[in-house]
Design a protein around this ligand. Sequence first.
Ligand SMILES: [Mg+2]
Ligand SMILES: [Zn+2]
Length: 211
Amino acid sequence: MRRPAVFIDRDGTISEEVGYVNHLSRYRVFPFAAEAVRLLNEAGWLAVLITNQAGVARGYFKEELIGEVHAFLAAELGRGGARLDAVYYCPHHPTAGEPPYRLDCDCRKPRPGLIRRAAAELNLDLEGSWMVGDRYGDVELAHNAGLRSALVLTGYGRGELEHQSHLWPRRPDLVAENLLEAVRGILKEGARCQVPGKDLSPPAPDTFFDE
Ligand SMILES: [Mg+2]
Ligand SMILES: [Zn+2]
């Protein structure tokens, strides 16, 4: 059976936005991250990390550092009883650096390559799945891949919402204070969809973006 996933952006969403994480010492996981991912684990949703890491193409750090950072993230989540089901990243950039990393790839967000790969490898129900991120590009990605989207106000989120959202051609389905609140909203929404005849009322206007 196909399962729904919550795709989670990395920098600014599950961990602090600090610019390029060019050394493990710069990487800081949000304190609420483990609880958020654990809620997904317990509810039977897949939790999948999706991140652009063009610092590799730009020559700011080696691709191996991404593995180190994700091992650290997995350990931090594990201490909170949580696990990611998969991690996908794009190390490319269309114009910076040298091949093979200088590449006009299909996996750099907001292009849907990573989501498509995950859907095939993990047998996902994309229609029931969500993307959670702190940038408008994550909302675009969700649209391009046929997912619903949640914008979190951590990282770039609050600023982008305040200063740029009037220019956005698309709206997130949900705006949440952080990843934990986003997951709570998504699971509540999922429960609404899966119980026929139960409460199908629209979500509370203060949590959903309805402009
Ligand atoms: Mg981000
Ligand atoms: Zn790529």
